[in-house]
Design a binder for this molecule. Structure first.
Ligand code: SF4
Length: 345
């Protein structure tokens, strides 16, 4: 089948499709799709795990903030075991730091109403998470809550895809685009991938048949050389996305340059607070200087960029495993190293 495939595409190698979203990585590993497609298609994991792409210096900053006695850190659970240079939030909590796992930013706001301490929500996530944080800040502003803060580390997917599409080392032939993010932003923000970089794209759902359908669509686009942004995940995604959620984001946040683990600083790929909400940014109130993070042998940066698969990291399954993770990609359930370890090791 492979030779027939390559005859159509005139690409003398397996097609390289990147699944951008960590949940897709997990489903692909768990369902055996990677083995199913064999040598015909190489499925490469991308930067779609928000915890994994958070820069090391930001993790170190959060840990330093957690050591302040007047602060309560509130966070989603997957950040707890992400290694900083010297420690992680789980260890800080064991040493007495006030750190609470919450299931939404609104839980953090409710906590702020019950305490005199400064409650800080760690805003790690993509376009999917940003609207819920936005509505929480709008409520906090209306209710004049003075002890609720945000550490805005939110990131935007399309600018990261531009960086990947233009990287000559990666040779990506098509993108399996994230379903969750696309419910918010729709399909339009990805059109540059087709127009400027001639990359076929499919916004895809999270069941194994969804992913198989997306692979077939990508193959048909490559074969016909007619590229577009297909929406396979029609049950949730519309071309223009969720306008209510977008309006909430636009009221509270503005784009800013952001540092991604592995991808470096990408222009306009993050969100900072808009002028009317700047006073919620915790960085205004705590001047923390952290040393340059120490280098270790973790290759999460190369995994997130699709330069290597997790098993090509020399620590994979040896010094680095889910019990003793060396990098964030082995911690989060959306991390590629964790998925490979659980299902393909
Ligand atoms: S296996 Fe561990 S050390 Fe290697 S890249 Fe993944 S998280 Fe980092």
């Amino acid at each position: 089948m492979a030779s027939k495939y390559w005859r159509f595409t005139k690409i003398q190698r397996p097609l390289r499709f990147m699944e951008v979203c960590g949940t897709h990585t997990n489903v692909i590993s768990a369902s055996g799709i990677r083995r199913l497609v064999g040598n015909t298609v190489k499925l490469i994991s991308g930067p779609g795990c928000p915890v994994c792409v958070t820069a090391q210096k930001d993790i170190d900053w959060i840990i330093a903030l957690a050591q302040k006695s007047d602060v309560v850190i509130t966070t989603f659970g997957d950040l707890m075991r992400v290694p900083g240079t010297e420690s992680n939030l789980e260890q800080e909590k064991a040493c007495g730091a006030d750190i609470k796992i919450v299931y939404s930013p609104m839980d953090a706001l409710m906590l702020a109403q019950k305490t005199d301490k400064n409650v800080v929500f760690i805003g790690v996530g993509f376009e999917t998470t940003a609207p819920t944080i936005a509505i929480t800040l709008i409520k906090a502003k209306k209710q004049r809550i003075k002890n609720f803060y945000l550490l805005p580390l939110l990131k935007l997917i399309p600018p990261a895809l531009r960086k990947i599409a233009q990287d000559p080392r990666l040779k990506i032939d098509g993108f399996i685009l994230p379903g969750h993010v696309s419910t918010i932003i729709g399909s339009k923000p990805y059109e540059f991938l087709v127009k400027e970089y001639l990359k076929p794209c499919v916004i895809t759902g999270f069941e194994p048949p969804d992913i198989l359908e997306a692979l077939d669509n990508l193959y048909q686009q490559v074969k016909s050389k007619k590229y577009y942004v297909a929406i396979q995940y029609k049950r949730c995604v519309e071309v223009h996305g969720n306008l209510i959620a977008q309006n909430l984001m636009n009221e509270v946040f503005v784009p800013t340059d952001a540092e991604w683990r592995g991808l470096g600083i990408i222009p306009n790929s993050g969100l900072k607070l808009a002028k009317n909400y700047e006073n919620f940014d915790v960085r205004q109130y705590y001047q923390i200087t952290i040393p340059e993070p120490k280098r270790n042998f973790c290759r999460c940066g190369d995994v997130l960029l699709g330069l290597i698969v997790p098993s090509e990291c020399s620590l994979f399954g040896k010094k680095c495993n889910p019990t003793h993770p060396v990098g964030p990609c082995m911690v989060s359930s959306e991390g590629a190293c964790a998925a490979y370890y659980k299902y393909e090791h």
